[in-house]
Design a protein around this ligand. Structure first.
Ligand code: ASP
Length: 326
């Protein structure tokens, strides 16, 4: 078991509540000017480093947050070694790779696709839904038909490695429901702040490994897996999507920031809300990552093991471990 997998493996036994950022924490006065950092690229997990580098190419030359966030998450989408996003993602219980993604810009426009098959870059299809249709979300065959009509190429996304993992899972588990899989939650969620001070966000995933056919998680749901409000900040999530959906997690994080809480405190409060809505919380992982309008960032998760990548003019693409409740 890798270190990260070991970290993600949580048990109820001996779990103690971790230190809280919130002790004695009153909301910051939203009028208090804080140091402004720009531009910023912020992404979940280690594969966020590659995403940040691609986004930085655009941001550092004065490009827009939306272009940067799309270019960023396309990197892990195309990387077959990332088994939780795009091409090479682990399939569902029937061996089908089905992808979910959404994108949101500084004006509140958003686009989303879910249960999309055979398209390597669901984030770009989500952007087209946002820009070319009057809708926010297309799913399944309709999303695929739209993508093809927009010129996206159909391709097989199931790599031999992902197929082998699926076959092994089938052999071990037969037809039984996969246990809540806390070891395969590495969605890329990304937030960018450009030099003009505009925010954008993107979230893209192959979802929970070996999920039910047709299952959609939090990642393509505006408000659950991603939310951006240009007056306040943005948030994205990773982990067991069902738990995030129950709390409308990312909208909640942004609303806490609107009340004046720091990104880190807002993420911690949203994790506590998830915990309060999910009695099985000790057996799952959920992590939030947030970026405010001033370029300040924060994160929090249930179990140790969630990390994220940040790129700013001062911090050149570094990985940080998130604080956790357990
Ligand atoms: N949140 C995603 C989902 O539930 C999984 C992940 O974060 O990797 O589909």
């Amino acid at each position: 078991m890798s270190d990260r997998r070991r970290f993600l493996k949580t048990t109820a036994l001996g779990a103690a509540l971790g230190p809280s950022l919130l002790e004695g924490c009153a909301p910051a006065d939203p009028r208090t000017p804080s140091v402004s950092v720009r531009p910023v690229a912020l992404s979940t997990w280690e594969h966020g480093l590659g995403a940040n580098a691609a986004a930085w190419d655009i941001l550092s030359r004065g490009g827009g947050a939306l272009d940067a966030v799309e270019a960023g998450v396309r990197v892990p989408e195309a990387d077959p070694s990332v088994t939780t996003v795009g091409y090479g993602g682990f399939p569902d219980r029937f061996g089908k790779v089905t992808l979910d993604a959404c994108i949101m810009d500084e004006t509140g426009r958003c686009g989303s696709v879910a249960f999309l098959q055979e398209i390597k870059h669901p984030i770009s299809v989500a952007r087209r839904v946002m820009e070319e249709t009057p809708h926010v979300m297309l799913v399944g065959q309709g999303a695929l038909d739209f993508a093809v009509a927009q010129g996206f190429e159909r391709e097989n996304l199931l790599t031999p490695e992902a197929e082998a993992a699926w076959l092994q899972w089938k052999e071990t588990n037969g037809e039984t429901l996969p246990r809540i899989n806390i070891e395969n939650h590495d969605t890329i969620g990304m937030l960018t702040l450009d030099q003009a001070g505009n925010l954008a966000g993107a979230c893209t995933t192959s979802g929970a490994a070996f999920k039910y056919h047709g299952r959609v998680g939090d990642s393509p749901l505006i408000g659950a897996g991603l939310y951006v409000d240009n007056e306040v900040g943005g948030a994205t999530s990773t982990g067991w999507g069902e738990a995030v959906i129950r709390a409308v997690g990312c909208f909640l994080v942004v609303e806490f920031m609107r009340q004046g809480y720091s990104p880190a405190a807002a993420c911690e409060m949203a994790v506590d809300r998830v915990i309060s809505k999910n009695p099985d919380w000790r057996d799952i992982q959920v992590g939030f990552l947030a970026l405010d309008k001033n370029g300040q960032h924060g994160s929090f998760c249930i179990a140790p093991g969630f990390n994220y990548a940040i790129y700013t003019p001062e911090m050149e693409n570094r990985l940080f471990d998130s604080g956790s409740r357990l």
